[in-house]
Ligand binder design. Structure first.
Ligand SMILES: Nc1ncnc2c1ncn2[C@@H]1O[C@H](COP(=O)(O)OP(=O)(O)OP(=O)(O)O)[C@@H](O)[C@H]1O
Ligand SMILES: [Mg+2]
Length: 251
């Protein structure tokens, strides 16, 4: 049985003057699964999608002012909603004219991007790190125009060591520099739990801190901000707030 989705020429970059075609695998996603996993930013009928568009526009404005092209998503502790925010933000960015997004799952300890999107039987960063596949081979277009995903299928034991290698650095360089209009969104593990984010953040232009409402104490939030003091903190999102209308705050 052929476990790989078919290859087909696919538009992955829509710079006005520079339309580039490349061989990116396209996988069509299951809408019901996406809804279940709160991946809603592509669906304009959902009010959550407007919240993500607001977050996206605020973030893109600051990134453009500073000529930043890559953003990492971290939180103090687990389960604050980093992956949820990373995926929806990347989708919302991809919907912006003249922008494309590459979402990278660099949470090698608890990789969830593939699970939330329902990506199955695709090549992933595991194959890139093992040397089995090259950069281009593992990129997936999940049926959303101008969005490309580099997923991680299996958790990795020595993740921070792996993220310190030239191979990891090379991946970020390629991901960031290949297309002028591309915004790189990097999902990372929690900053108070492990050193992986500190390994990756020096190579990323700015960082978004996701706070879990009712998850993080004030002490944890301050400690996380202290750890991020040497990086460009672009904003803080309060996620999982109690009332529906206050789903996500950005400041
Ligand atoms: N705003 C929200 N409202 C309700 N549930 C949410 C919200 N954000 C995230 N969740 C849910 O909380 C759980 C954890 O979210 P997610 O996996 O995005 O967190 P994470 O910070 O990436 O966790 P980890 O540290 O394990 O990587 C998921 O089940 C997700 O659907
Ligand atoms: Mg996660």
């Amino acid at each position: 049985m052929n476990s790989q989705p078919p290859l087909r020429p696919d538009l992955v970059n829509t710079d006005d003057a520079d339309v580039v075609y490349t061989q990116t695998k396209t996988v069509n996603l299951d809408q019901a699964l996406l809804e279940n996993n709160r991946i809603l930013a592509f669906n304009k009928a959902r009010k959550e999608s407007a919240l993500f568009d607001l977050l996206r526009t605020q973030i893109l404005q600051k990134m453009e002012e500073n000529n930043w092209k890559s953003i990492a998503v971290v939180s103090p502790s687990p389960e604050c909603g980093k992956t949820f925010i990373s995926i929806n933000l990347a989708i919302s960015i991809a919907q912006q004219p003249n922008k494309s997004a590459l979402l990278v799952d660099f949470d090698l300890r608890r990789p969830k991007v593939a699970t939330y999107l329902g990506l199955k039987e695709t090549y992933s960063l595991n194959d890139y790190f093992s040397g089995k596949k090259q950069f281009n081979d593992i990129l997936i277009n999940p049926g959303i125009p101008k969005l490309v995903v580099a997923a991680t299928n299996k958790s990795v034991l020595k993740s921070s060591e792996l993220l310190s290698t030239d191979k990891a650095r090379q991946f970020i360089r390629e991901a960031r520099d290949r297309y002028e209009s591309r915004i790189l969104v990097v999902d990372l593990p929690p900053i108070l739990a492990v050193d992986d984010p500190l390994v990756v953040l020096p190579q990323i232009d700015c960082v978004l801190l996701v706070i879990g409402s009712g998850v993080n104490s004030r002490k944890e939030i301050l400690e996380a901000k202290r750890k991020l003091a040497n990086f460009n903190l672009i904003g803080v999102v309060l996620n999982k707030a109690d009332t529906e209308d206050q789903g996500y705050y950005y400041y």
